[in-house]
Design a protein around this ligand. Structure first.
Ligand SMILES: [Zn+2]
Length: 318
C-alpha cells in the first residue's frame, strides 16, 4: 500500500529488458486485446479495468476492495459505483500503457528475493470506488483506485506522475514477492514488537521501491534531504520500538499508526528502513538478500548498523 489505510512503488535502475508477455484485458469489452509469448523469467501482467461502461463494478474490483469493507459495508460502497471520469480513464489508460514495461521490470524487482518464485502472472486491476491509491488484495493482484490517484496526485501526465505510477507498481509487486517469501519462510508474529518489525521490513522494502531521486542519488547514495529526514525520524524509530517491546494492544495501535501510513516523510518505520536498505544496496539489490533472509528480527540489526551508537543503545534487545 502506498498511502492511506494499513494493508487492506522504483528507482529507474537499469532494468534487464526482455521479451515479455502482456495480456491487456479491457473490462469494457471483456476481450483480451494484446498478448505476446513470455521469454526469460519476466512475470506476465494482465490489466483489468473493473468498472463497466455503465459504471457497474465488475467482479475483479469488487473482490479487490472487499478487504477494506468487511462487515456489510461493501454494498453501500457498490451502490455509489459510477463510470470512470475523464481523468480516471486517463489513469486507467496510463496503467495499461505501462503494463509491458512493468512486466519487463519484474526480473529486476526480484533481485532481493533469492530463490523466491514470483506469481505466475499478476493481475493489475483498476477501479474507482472503495479502494486505496495502490494495494495488494491477494497474492497475485495489484490494485489501483484511480479516484484516489486522481484526487491525491492530479492527472496521470502531470509532474512526476509517470514515474510515480511506475514506483507504485514496483512497491506493490515487492509486497507480492514478500507474500511469496513468507509462504516459504513462515514467521511467527506473536508480539507487538515482532509485528512492528515485520511491518518495518515489508513496508521498508516496499517504500525502498517508492524512493524517488529526491531521496536517493546515483549509486544508492542518500541525498541531503534524505539524511535530514532520517535524523528526524531515527529517534522516533528507536523510541517507538522500545515502547512496543512492552505495549498492550491499545498502545500497539497508537504506536504503529504512522509506522507506514500517512505523510511519506513521517513514516517512522517504513522510511528509515527504506533509506537504510538503499544505503545497504549501493545500487546492487542482491545486497538486500541478507536483510530479506533475516526476517523481521533482522530490522534490529539493520538499525544498529546505521544508527549512531547513542541511539542504537535504546533499541530493544532481541
Ligand atoms: Zn506498502
Amino acid at each position: 500500500m502506498v498511502r492511506g489505510l494499513r494493508r487492506p512503488a522504483r528507482r529507474e535502475s537499469g532494468l534487464r529488458v526482455a521479451t515479455l508477455s502482456v495480456l491487456a484485458v479491457l473490462a469494457a469489452t471483456g476481450v483480451a486485446c494484446r498478448r505476446a509469448e513470455p521469454a526469460g523469467s519476466a512475470t506476465p501482467i494482465l490489466v483489468s479495468v473493473g468498472v463497466g461502461p455503465d459504471g457497474r463494478v465488475e467482479p475483479p474490483w469488487r473482490d479487490a476492495i472487499a478487504i477494506w469493507h468487511r462487515g456489510g459495508t461493501l454494498d453501500s460502497v457498490l451502490a455509489a459505483a459510477r463510470p470512470l471520469s475523464a481523468v480516471e480513464r486517463a489513469w486507467a489508460d496510463s496503467v495499461r500503457a505501462r503494463a509491458e514495461a512493468w512486466s519487463a521490470s519484474t526480473d529486476s524487482l526480484r533481485l532481493p528475493f533469492e530463490g523466491i518464485a514470483a506469481p505466475q502472472r499478476v493481475v493489475v486491476v483498476v477501479g474507482n470506488v472503495g479502494g486505496q491509491d495502490a494495494f495488494t488484495p491477494n497474492d497475485s493482484t495489484v490494485a489501483f483506485d484511480v479516484e484516489r490517484l486522481s484526487s491525491l496526485y492530479g492527472a496521470p501526465g502531470e509532474g512526476e506522475n509517470p514515474a510515480r505510477i511506475d514506483r507504485f507498481f514496483a512497491h506493490e509487486f515487492t509486497h507480492l514477492l514478500h507474500r511469496a517469501w513468507r509462504r516459504e519462510h513462515p514467521v511467527r508474529l506473536e508480539t507487538a514488537l515482532d509485528r512492528a518489525l515485520w511491518d518495518c521490513l515489508v513496508e521498508g522494502l516496499g517504500n525502498y521501491r517508492s524512493l524517488s531521486s529526491r531521496w536517493v542519488g546515483p549509486g544508492g547514495s542518500l541525498t541531503p534531504h534524505a539524511l535530514t529526514v532520517l535524523d528526524r525520524l531515527a529517534p522516533v524509530f528507536v523510541e517507538r520500538l522500545a515502547a512496543l517491546a512492552h505495549a498492550d494492544s491499545a498502545e500497539e495501535a497508537r504506536l504503529t499508526a504512522d509506522l507506514s501510513m500517512g505523510a511519506f516523510d513521517r513514516k517512522w518505520g517504513a522510511l528509515p528502513t527504506a533509506l537504510w536498505l538503499a544505503a545497504e544496496a549501493e545500487g546492487d539489490e542482491r545486497r538486500l538478500r541478507r536483510w530479506v533472509a533475516a526476517g523481521p528480527r533482522g530490522i534490529l540489526e539493520l538499525a544498529r548498523t546505521h544508527l549512531p551508537d547513542s541511539l542504537a543503545a535504546g533499541l530493544p534487545t532481541g
